[in-house]
Design a binder for this molecule. Structure first.
Ligand SMILES: *[C@@H]1O[C@H](CO)[C@@H](O)[C@H](O)[C@H]1NC(C)=O
Ligand SMILES: *[C@@H]1O[C@H](CO)[C@@H](O)[C@H](O)[C@H]1NC(C)=O
Length: 317
């Protein structure tokens, strides 16, 4: 035993440092820290949702954004009945000022928006160079559980059918020009990875590691046993080698990560209806009544749970 321990200690010491999956904390966003490190994008929703994205001053004045202590809330308006001619229900969309290549990002989320027509997302992209700069969808897509983690890229990026991960692949071609831009997705294996079950469980952690060799996403439910301390306590240095099998694994086998992904921003948005969630097959299929836009216009109270409550977002490089 002693010899084995000593031998592996020496071997570990001889491995070049580039193989070690250690990273240092570079951004530690908690509460009001989000206000000067993210841009509030008061833009027309690219997915044509029934939302009116507001700027930071408006979001704070209407309490659609609330930062206090270790609480950071982003929500849709839940008090206003809309006329058909209004631009949409007020909501927020924030984008990190900084961009990242090789990095790890850990989202500690207590609650994500839920309810009919809600379509929240936490993801990464380069909006100025889509799809060639890549897109990593970490959490998102309607009130449907389990969560799907998906890459969207330019041509010549696909995933091998056999991969070591706990989730289930739903498509292997990441190229946005194939399969109607469904991307290469992986479904998490547990229902508490998304929506009402995620919220009922107190949320959890989503962690994404991007290197030139792979992109990995892990989901750790709030009450799971064995959540790595690196993830739950947010230390200054982390080592992803200790995090176990990822929920989704996207290796560079048939996708040159380096050329398909450039420096990406982190984005958190909350739209309502829109190209995906507004389709009647999706909206009615989720048990929601009538037409999505009518529903959003006339039922402000239905959006009282349409909020993100984020404990922290940490980035390591
Ligand atoms: C703003 O939102 C926070 C978080 O939900 C809540 O605690 C607070 O009471 C709200 N403030 C007002 C003025 O409504
Ligand atoms: C957020 O915005 C981007 C477009 O910039 C879009 O691709 C994505 O689907 C949106 N997601 C939601 C949930 O609004």
């Amino acid at each position: 035993m002693r010899f084995a321990t000593l031998a592996s200690f020496i071997a570990a010491a001889l491995i070049p440092s580039t193989y070690a999956a250690t990273y240092q904390l570079s951004d530690n966003w908690i509460g009001s820290a989000f206000l000067n490190t993210f841009t509030f994008e008061a833009i027309a929703d690219p997915t044509h949702g029934r939302v009116n994205y507001v700027d930071q001053a408006t979001a704070l004045a209407r309490n659609l954004t609330y930062a206090n202590g270790d609480t950071f809330i982003l929500r849709a308006d839940d008090t206003t009945t809309l006329s058909a001619s209004s631009p949409g229900r007020n909501s927020v969309r924030i984008r990190s000022v900084k961009t990242y290549t090789t990095h790890v990002v850990v989202f500690d989320v207590r609650h994500m928006p839920q309810g009919c027509g809600t379509w929240p997302a936490a993801w990464e992209t380069d909006e100025g160079d889509w799809p060639n700069g890549g897109e990593i969808d970490i959490v998102g897509v309607n009130d449907q559980s389990p969560n799907a983690m998906t890459l969207h890229t330019g041509a010549d990026c696909s995933m091998p059918t056999s991969r070591t991960m706990t989730g289930t692949a739903t498509g292997n071609n990441c190229d946005v020009n194939t399969d109607g831009n469904t991307g290469c997705g992986v479904q998490a294996s547990t229902a508490n990875s998304y929506g009402p079950s995620f919220n009922a469980n107190g949320g959890g952690w989503y962690a994404t590691e991007r290197t030139d060799d792979f992109i990995k996403v892990w989901f750790f439910p709030r009450n799971a046993g064995g959540v790595p301390g690196d993830v739950s306590t947010g230390p200054a240095t982390i080592d992803t080698d200790n995090w176990g099998t990822p929920t989704a694994y996207f290796p560079n086998t048939d996708c040159d990560i380096n050329s398909h992904f450039d420096a990406n921003n982190i984005i958190i948005n909350l739209t309502l209806c829109g190209d995906w969630a507004g389709q009647s097959s999706i909206f009615n299929g989720a048990g929601c009544p009538g037409d999505c836009v009518d529903y959003v216009n006339n039922n402000p109270g239905a959006f009282s749970s349409a909020y993100w409550d984020i404990a922290s977002v940490r980035v390591y490089e």
